[in-house]
Ligand binder design. Structure first.
Ligand code: HEC
Ligand code: HEC
Ligand code: HEC
Ligand code: HEC
Ligand code: HEC
Ligand code: HEC
Length: 509
């Protein structure tokens, strides 16, 4: 009975369990993969099963088969003592032949299934479903902001991991830690920025953008509406000097910074206070700029951590862009989604939006109650005439809340400062505040026409038909326009911006 004896190695409880596991797992993987292929839906939890749990089960099953066989052989060897270490294979025996063919086919099948599953699994861990939706509470702010941004079609990993195996492995290792943090709720709310180990931007952004190739400017119109009864429209039309604009004083433009090696020291985590900047000039010499009001000593500079400026020092919000309630209202008016003839609409909406809420549901309910309530009380005629427009505004304002406030993660529009510009946060004025000087006495310029040129401006305090050469502030603030940083007055709710003030309930948006 040699056949039974050798083939029977696998005929034991452990190996049989292994086979059943392996076959079931294979079946499940095939079924789930085809389900995804046919329906086209990618579900995060399904993905976890298909790409991690089932292949794990399959491999465990396959390991059990030889383990069981090994145990059986050991037992028999002890009993008989004369059994050869390996089964003898004689292809003249039809049974052995069939067994071998079966074995080869099954192996190919398993390798194929595991191969496809791990390939798809790799793809899956790179997908926005995996990054953005799997841990939904944690990533909701980032996923929401990303999906409303110019990079909505760029996958999370293209900025957060980038190409190459080394960063993939790095990301997966830190991913394990994050998975643990999510499972045991040890993650911080809000998630802190800047991200310490973000891959240097020049490795990621420059796969798609070549700032060295930028030239000329970019025209941008900033639309605002006054927080008054008429919601008076205002317009600032500017040319932003992104790259070299020929024949101007600043032919190199804004992206000059990345053509140099610019290093700086920040004294706070958010990199808002920058008392020291160092530029390596083209000839290799070093120019140092120091904050004349809060200078660091030589020793302090020595031991401080230095950072080389890259894209994300200005574009720190290329995709997770949260907008101020005032800006959102301006956009709703200009695109006609909210009727700007509703008196005090901007002021009232901004006030309701910036109240503290515990959940989005509570905020939505308050908006639905208090906005119509305001009109019913103060403008009863309009409340009945324009009931439809008010109702439409309620829906828009609820959307504004959902896009920019995430009470579960303690994130709101101003949690993460945006460093492009200088309106709500110091941004460019962290260095360009007119107070950073080099040894020769040259200051890092705050000239209002260096970074942008005013093309035209419309505002209630500009007489119709005249065109100002420089930006006209809507209220006369005298010298403050150059002396004080815009964000000192404009960072409403400024608990995240040192020096920012909270102006009670009166938000100056
Ligand atoms: C265009 C590039 C880009 C894409 C695409 C992108 N991110 Fe980010 N993300 C960044 C940068 C840059 C930061 C760092 C901001 C900082 O350090 O201040 C960041 C920060 C974050 C943070 C920290 C918290 C915060 O809001 O700053 C989280 C969490 C995050 N990203 C998750 C995601 C997820 C999830 C996706 C995909 C849905 C994604 N990111 C897609 C560039 C990107
Ligand atoms: C996979 C390609 C890709 C990567 C990586 C990428 N971007 Fe972009 N980016 C784009 C595309 C495409 C657009 C244009 C979107 C449009 O015009 O609608 C864009 C637009 C932009 C814009 C203009 C946005 C606007 O307001 O019109 C900026 C600024 C920008 N990217 C910065 C960055 C930065 C900073 C990074 C790195 C953190 C980065 N990008 C990484 C593809 C990419
Ligand atoms: C000193 C700050 C700063 C740095 C550093 C910087 N940028 Fe910009 N970039 C800007 C500003 C300001 C604009 C104009 C944006 C606006 O007005 O909306 C801009 C515009 C852009 C645009 C849009 C161009 C267009 O024609 O619309 C892209 C893309 C971009 N930057 C990519 C990058 C990349 C990639 C890097 C890093 C290699 C980088 N930037 C580094 C400040 C900077
Ligand atoms: C970390 C400090 C720092 C930050 C932040 C910064 N800059 Fe600069 N910038 C400098 C320094 C230093 C110079 C060189 C000063 C000089 O040579 O006069 C400079 C020069 C410039 C120039 C003139 C370049 C030329 O053509 O000679 C422009 C334009 C400019 N910055 C725009 C911006 C804008 C826009 C922002 C914000 C989006 C910004 N900078 C943020 C440090 C900074
Ligand atoms: C270092 C470069 C730099 C300097 C200096 C600078 N700006 Fe700006 N400013 C910017 C950038 C960049 C933006 C565009 C921000 C954006 O695209 O959202 C901007 C935007 C603006 C806006 C439109 C803001 C809005 O949201 O409506 C106004 C108004 C403005 N600047 C006025 C000034 C005035 C006044 C001065 C002089 C005191 C000045 N800027 C100096 C870089 C600069
Ligand atoms: C001393 C405080 C203060 C400073 C500094 C300041 N502002 Fe203002 N700003 C105000 C007040 C007050 C309003 C009036 C609110 C209104 O009527 O819209 C306002 C309104 C505005 C508006 C109209 C906003 C809207 O939604 O219609 C713009 C644009 C503006 N400021 C730009 C700037 C810029 C750019 C700077 C810096 C160069 C600056 N402000 C500096 C106090 C200040």
């Amino acid at each position: 009975m040699p056949v039974r004896k050798y083939a029977g190695y696998a005929w034991n409880l452990i190996s049989l369990t292994g086979m059943v596991l392996a076959i079931t797992a294979t079946g499940l993987i095939i079924a789930f993969l085809s389900y995804e292929e046919i329906t086209g839906v990618e579900k995060p939890y399904l993905g976890l099963l298909t790409y991690f749990a089932f292949p794990g089960m399959l491999i465990a099953g396959l390991l059990l088969v030889p383990l069981g066989a090994f145990l059986v052989r050991e037992k028999r060897r002890k009993a008989a003592g004369d059994i050869p270490p390996y089964p003898t294979v004689d292809f003249n025996e039809p049974h052995k032949r069939h067994l071998l063919i079966f074995f080869v086919l099954a192996s190919i099948m398993f390798v194929l299934v595991v191969g496809i599953a791990s390939l798809k699994g790799y793809e899956f861990t790179e997908s926005t479903t995996f990054c953005g939706e799997l841990c939904h509470t944690v990533m909701t702010p980032e996923h929401t902001a990303w999906s409303n941004s110019p990079h909505a079609k760029v996958k999370c990993v293209e900025c957060h991991v980038g190409p190459g195996a080394a960063w993939y492995v790095k990301a997966k290792i830190s991913g394990m830690r994050q998975l643990y943090a999510v499972a045991f709720h040890t993650y911080p709310t809000p998630i802190e920025t800047p991200i310490e180990n973000l891959r240097p931007a020049r490795d990621t952004c420059e796969h798609c953008h070549w700032p060295e190739k930028f030239y000329a400017g970019r025209q941008k119109v900033f639309y605002h509406y006054a927080p008054n009864e008429q919601n008076t429209p205002r317009e600032i039309n500017m040319l932003i000097n992104i790259g070299g604009v020929p024949k101007t004083n600043h032919a190199k433009g804004i992206h000059w910074h990345i053509g140099q090696e610019l290093t700086y020291v920040a004294t706070d985590r958010k990199r808002i206070n920058i008392p020291y900047i160092q530029v390596k000039e083209k000839d290799g010499s070093i120019t140092e700029y120091v904050d004349t009001e809060k200078p660091l000593t030589k020793a302090e500079i020595e031991k401080s951590k230095k950072r080389v400026m890259d894209c994300t020092d200005c574009h720190n919000r290329p995709t997770h862009i949260y907008r101020a309630p005032g800006v959102e209202m301006d956009e709703c008016f200009v695109s006609g989604r909210i009727d700007s003839s509703l008196p005090y609409m901007k002021k009232v909406a901004v006030e309701i939006l910036t109240r503290p809420y515990k959940t989005a549901e509570e905020a939505k309910a308050t908006i639905a109650k208090d906005l119509p309530g305001y009109y019913a009380k103060n403008y009863p005629a309009i409340a009945s005439q324009k009931a439809k427009q008010i109702e439409a505004a309620v829906a828009q304002i609820q959307d504004i809340y959902v896009r920019n406030f995430f009470p579960e993660m303690k994130v709101s529009w101003n949690t993460y400062p945006n460093y492009i510009g200088h309106f709500y946060t110091p941004g460019c004025f962290r260095c360009h505040d007119g107070k950073h000087k080099n040894a020769a006495g040259k200051v890092i310029s705050k000239d209002c026409n260096m970074c942008h040129t005013l093309l035209s401006q419309k505002q209630e305090n500009i007489p119709a038909g005249t065109q100002p050469k420089e930006f006209v502030h809507p209220v006369d603030i005298g010298n403050e326009i150059v002396k004080t940083n815009c964000s000192d007055c404009h960072a409403a709710g400024g608990q995240d911006v040192p020096g920012g003030e909270t102006h009670g309930g009166e938000k100056k948006e």
